[in-house]
Design a protein around this ligand. Structure first.
Ligand SMILES: Nc1ncnc2c1ncn2[C@@H]1O[C@H](COP(=O)(O)OP(=O)(O)OP(=O)(O)O)[C@@H](O)[C@H]1O
Ligand SMILES: [Mg+2]
Length: 321
């Protein structure tokens, strides 16, 4: 086949690596090269620590966590096979994360990047998160350079394409998204030893996208579904988020927030954990206004860290009806 070969500069280990990648640790993870047992790979790679953090930091997501463990197992075994010379080709690791907004897709993707890096499947382990507008140009000739620039930045790590289905617009015959898809397909095949692509978005739209793009579908090895959180899980996320910011719910505030969630989850544009974060941001704003109003009062640590029920109950959510 005489298809053009899109070779992305910076994709070979010998080439200079861009320093633009945030949080990219540059060490090659080859401290597992002599490993003969699962324990030795886990020890050498420190992957277990990432898995434990994932369990600890993320509430719920039981099926997702199980799939991540399965993928980690696959990677560890692949490592052992490489060490014995039994594997010649890098495994296909491209993934699809489907789920509603705020269900933890981006967060889990960056943990996945860490796991891949620690096991040496990517050189740097950073996450480059993009949407259609970062890949597709407005005019003829603009798309290929844009897509290649993004790929160059992502090399050695994970390219996370949010709402990936927007790349494909069947209603527009000459849409440049198709060009981006073709470049991605080629790089996903040819440079899979140094780049993992994760496509993310709503489940039904992802399914439709894959039906119309069998080439993309066939390159995705792992599909992970992110379920919506139950109210109890959202409440747990709220408690954890507040603790991280050195706040806490005061008397009755947690019950108020549970009522808030019960009303909010059925409203439009509810975005799971993201909505919890936003609601807590607004509660902190109200707490600040409440404390600010009393100029003379000496404020204790308790005053400054407590979100009162009133700070929750002032939300608009309680006013409709
Ligand atoms: N299970 C969880 N436990 C604790 N915090 C979570 C959990 N899931 C998500 N969050 C927090 O909620 C916020 C949104 O998560 P994230 O951005 O990963 O979701 P997303 O699925 O990528 O959402 P979007 O579709 O809106 O991009 C983040 O601040 C994240 O830390
Ligand atoms: Mg996201």
């Amino acid at each position: 086949m005489s298809a053009p070969s899109y070779s992305i500069p910076g994709s070979t280990p010998a080439a200079a690596v861009s320093s633009a990648a945030p949080a990219a640790t540059e060490k090659p993870s080859d401290n597992t090269s002599g490993a003969r047992s699962v324990a030795e790979v886990l020890e050498g790679s420190q992957v277990e620590a990432v898995l434990q953090e994932l369990d600890r930091d993320l509430v719920g997501l039981v099926p997702v966590k199980a799939r991540i463990r399965d993928i980690a197992a696959l990677l560890v075994i692949d490592k052992l096979r490489v060490n014995l010379g039994l594997t010649s080709q890098a495994p296909s690791l491209h993934m699809c994360f489907s789920g509603n907004p705020g269900t933890g897709k981006t967060t889990v993707a960056s943990r996945m990047a860490q796991i891949l890096h620690r096991l040496g499947f990517v050189r740097k382990g950073h996450l480059v998160s993009v949407t259609r507008d970062d890949l597709v140009g407005q005019y003829i000739g603009h798309t290929a350079p844009k897509t290649k620039e993004v790929l160059k930045r992502a090399m050695g790590g994970v390219l996370f394409i949010d709402e990936a289905y927007y790349l494909y617009r069947p209603e527009n015959e000459r849409d440049y998204g198709q060009e981006a898809i073709e470049i991605l397909l080629q790089v996903m095949e040819n440079q899979r030893d140094d780049l993992v692509v994760i496509l993310a978005g709503y489940k039904d739209r992802m399914d439709t996208f894959f039906q119309s793009n069998p080439g993309m579908s066939s390159r995705i090895a792992h599909h992970l579904d992110f379920p919506d959180y139950a109210v109890g899980e959202l409440l747990h996320i709220a408690g954890m988020t507040l603790a991280q910011q050195n706040y806490r719910f005061g008397e009755g505030a947690q019950a108020a927030f549970e009522r808030y969630l019960g009303l909010r989850v059925v409203q439009p544009h509810f975005a799971n954990a993201r909505s919890v974060r936003n609601a807590l941001d607004r509660a902190r704003l109200r707490q600040a206004s409440r404390l600010f109003a009393d100029r003379q009062r000496i404020l204790s640590a308790d005053d400054l860290t407590t979100i009162e029920a009133a700070d929750i109950l002032a939300s608009r959510v309680f006013q409709t009806n």
